[in-house]
Ligand binder design. Structure first.
Ligand code: 5HM
Length: 330
């Protein structure tokens, strides 16, 4: 059990790097592996590790979590933030296993509800329920042995206990360097959003993984992350986590996504004046501003990011953007 994700992340990386059980070679990747890894974090709002050596793309992290909420599986939105995901897309521009959105948030079945809607309704009516589980990996995903994109997450469970909403993720496999960070970000974001819809506090987040591994190609990065965590152990305290506003609803998410779409297509810019006028809480305005930063980075590669834009980011997010795109800073 750890307080923040950063502490859990560093502990998992250190454990595999110093005490791996197996060396595996499958589907073109060589990895160090530990089987059956679990951790719990008591503050899932502290989901971002501030580690320069990791160069977290915090804009992608928000885009991916919101992409899940849309229920979309097209590559257009997420491929803009993570171009390497395009290699997994089908000929008609869709992602299968990586796209958790349709599985969690798209209506299915006779009630035309999503798994998420059903779980929220269940937990509203029956707070002690233990059935609040959503299934992600599907039985048919192994029919084609060459399927390049099989979901790594088996399911997510929400439990309302002691006035708080706890979440559990169950994964068959997890890349401890890349996937672990992105997946914990998205799953705790969904947890916090669910807590807002239910009007309860955020509880703990637990993460259970069958195969936790470090790809050998990432070992140098892991060493750098572990060195940095020893030298700068208190970076998280410099950038306190911000909770999602209590009145966050589906309408909030839709408004942020309207801006995301405009900015991704470079149809509008989010100026400081437009930012001030957004009908959103400061937390969500700042998320929109992350997408504005990315619009400038992607659509205007010849110019540095506007200092007035950077000034409207949370200090922690600004720091991460500076680590990730130092060559684009004013
Ligand atoms: O061979 P396999 O299908 O397991 O390759 C996919 C790998 O991508 C996983 O083992 C895991 O290391 C990583 N992954 C992850 O960590 C993939 C996804 C997409 O579902 C994810 N987290 N969300």
């Amino acid at each position: 059990t750890f307080h923040t994700f950063r502490a859990a992340y560093v502990a998992v990386l250190r454990h595999i790097a110093t005490a791996h059980q197996y060396e595996t070679a499958t589907r073109g990747k060589h990895a160090l592996e530990v089987v059956n890894t679990s951790f719990t974090i008591t503050d899932p709002v502290a989901r971002t590790p501030y580690l320069a050596a990791r160069r977290t793309n915090v804009i992608f992290n928000h885009a991916e979590a919101l992409w899940y909420l849309t229920g979309r599986d097209d590559i257009d939105m997420i491929g803009y933030y993570a171009p390497r995901l395009r290699t997994l897309a089908t000929a008609d521009g869709r992602l299968s296993g990586t796209a958790y959105g349709p599985r969690l948030f798209r209506p299915t079945g006779p009630d035309r509800c999503s798994q998420f809607d059903r779980v929220i309704a269940l937990l509203r009516d029956d707070p002690d329920a233990k059935r609040g589980a959503m299934i992600i990996m599907r039985p048919e995903e192994l029919v084609d042995p060459a399927n390049p994109d099989v979901a790594c997450t088996l399911g997510l469970q929400l439990m309302r206990r002691g006035g708080r909403l706890h979440a559990t993720a169950y994964m068959r496999g997890n890349d401890a360097v890349l996937g672990l960070l992105c997946d914990t970000f998205s799953f705790t974001f969904i947890q916090e959003f669910a807590a807002r819809l239910l009007g309860v506090a955020v509880g703990s987040y637990a993460h259970h993984v069958g195969s936790m591994h470090i790809n050998k190609a990432d070992l140098a990065k892991v060493t750098a992350i572990l060195d940095e965590s020893e030298q700068a152990p208190h970076q998280t305290a410099r950038f306190p986590a911000a909770p999602m506003p209590l009145d966050t609803s589906w309408r909030t998410v839709e408004e942020v996504l309207r801006w995301e779409d405009e900015l991704r297509h470079d149809r509008r810019a989010l100026s400081p004046a437009a930012f001030a006028g957004l009908p959103l809480a400061a937390y969500w305005r700042e998320v929109a501003m992350l997408f504005e930063v990315y619009r400038q980075i992607t659509h205007h590669p010849d110019q540095p990011v506007d200092p007035a834009t950077l000034a409207l980011l949370r200090p922690g997010h600004r720091w991460l953007v500076e680590q990730r795109w130092p060559e684009r800073m004013p």
